[in-house]
Design a binder for this molecule. Structure first.
Ligand SMILES: [Zn+2]
Length: 458
């Protein structure tokens, strides 16, 4: 950069600084926010089970017909989309498992929750953004909440142990009690709270099983307990509550006569493969050995009618998934009901997710209540990337660059929350990310002037 450009860049930074550094909301009027995720809660799980508490929440707040998760419909990637507002190829947490194609190291889901570099790879999640703008945040078991980002940790964080029992209802209530104390005694403004069900039960017994239905009843009782505790803690008028999830669940066709088994594909050999990530539901990644990419691709691309194999650059753009350095040169997914078996068949779940996010079985829930939300409103389906912008608006913070639009969920807010005071008003450009507070026209003008000048001298 030449010198005038440097000077202008400094001026630009100075102009931007107040918007980024200063809290944009009066502390006294700020509502708190609790984001709850019940892992693997399919959009229609409340339709074959009595769920009086979820029903009450819909009557007293906002319900989406369903929410479309990001692709790949796996737990960690989808949870990170919720707290960054980014599609998975833009936040880089591309799988539940940490993997390294050079060292061949692969780590399971629970271990990966603690692998700093897997999460902290350029994107700043909402906890850190909120803290940089003067708020206090907490994460209770929420994927991504266990590590630091650019050196900054979540104010309060709870991580589950290695052999954690995810379905203990008494523990769920104790966890809720702790979160209430975080709000009332520790003064937190934002907490993300995670429950590992009904995902585990859906995997083990299948989404149509009686066991899953009973687990949904347990979830519903927990929602009732949570809302009671919000009232008893005196938080009802100052806490917004969002209940959502990461993806749905579909029955695995275990006895199909046409299982997808790579070890049975003629002319395919694992000797041609440098690195593989297989036997993880309907998704697979392959790094062929040097010079073997074309051969492996040709062998696999039409090998099985239920299997869809792509070169990375040709993976459907609508998935917003493959354009990341962590994604291997070949990737694949299978049709609903089918998982991809690698060297041997080692997958025995009755339910799976990871499938195409356009399929109804992958859709999930979104419910919200609290002082900022309208009552009795059912909204049309939307993508999960938009939740982040909504949460930033609810907290009165300036979002990071992201793939969501505030305009998608703004209609769920009451007038006073939707048309917030000038100090909290955040403008969203129709085609991009919300970065500029609309209450600062001088800043916008300054930016434009600086941009024009920069364009001239650069
Ligand atoms: Zn999940």
């Amino acid at each position: 950069m030449r010198r005038p450009a440097v000077l202008l860049a400094i001026a630009l930074a100075a102009l931007l600084a107040p918007a980024v550094a200063a809290p944009v909301h009066q502390l006294s009027s700020r509502n708190k926010l609790l984001l709850v995720s019940f892992d693997g809660f399919r959009w229609n799980y409340d339709q074959d089970v009595d769920t009086p508490n979820l029903d009450a929440m819909a009557l007293e707040g906002v319900k989406a017909r369903y929410m479309t998760p990001a692709f790949i419909t796996l737990t960690s990637p989808c949870h990170f989309t919720l707290v960054t507002g980014k599609y998975i190829e833009n936040h880089g947490v591309v799988h539940n498992m940490f993997y390294n194609t050079s060292s061949k190291l692969k780590l399971p889901y629970h271990t990966t929750l603690g692998v700093q570099g897997w999460w902290d790879n350029g994107s700043v999640p909402i906890w850190v953004t909120a803290q940089r703008q003067g708020l206090k945040t907490g994460s209770f078991f929420y994927p991504g909440g266990n590590v630091t980002y650019q050196g900054e940790a979540v104010t309060l964080s709870r991580k589950e142990g290695f052999l954690h029992n995810y379905k203990d209802e008494a523990e769920w209530r104790a966890n809720i009690d702790t979160v209430m104390e975080w709000f009332t005694q520790e003064g937190l403004d934002l907490v993300t709270l995670y429950f590992g069900e009904p995902d585990s039960t859906g995997h083990r017994y299948g989404p149509e099983s009686q066991e899953r239905k009973e687990m949904v009843m347990q979830v519903d009782r927990t929602v009732g307990y949570l809302r009671d505790r919000i009232r008893l803690s005196g938080l009802e008028s100052s806490l917004n509550l969002i209940i959502t999830s990461d993806h749905g669940m579909s029955t695995v066709n275990k006895n199909a006569s046409d299982l997808v088994e790579l070890h049975k594909v003629s002319n395919f050999s694992f000797k041609d493969i440098e690195f593989e990530l297989l036997d993880y539901g309907p998704n697979g990644m392959l790094l062929p050995k040097e010079g073997m990419l074309e051969k492996v691709y040709e062998v696999l691309k039409d090998a099985h009618p239920r299997l869809h194999v792509y070169k990375k650059e040709n993976f459907p753009k609508s998935f917003h998934y493959a354009n990341h350095s962590r994604v291997t040169p070949l990737l694949m997914y299978s049709d609903l009901g089918y998982v991809i078996h690698g060297r041997v068949n080692v997958q025995f779940n009755n339910g799976e997710h990871g499938f195409d996010n356009k399929l109804m079985d992958m859709k999930t829930i979104f419910r919200a209540t609290g002082p900022s939300f309208k009552r009795g409103l059912e909204v049309e389906p939307f993508e999960s990337v938009h939740v982040y912008e909504l949460m930033c608006r609810l907290l009165g913070i300036v979002p990071e660059a992201n793939d969501g639009l505030l305009s998608t969920l703004l209609p769920t807010l009451r007038e006073e929350a939707g048309d917030a005071a000038p100090s909290t008003s955040l403008a969203t450009p129709p085609s991009g990310s919300a970065l500029l507070p609309s209450g600062r026209p001088h800043l916008v003008t300054g930016l434009l002037v600086a941009a024009i000048l920069l364009a001239k001298v650069a």
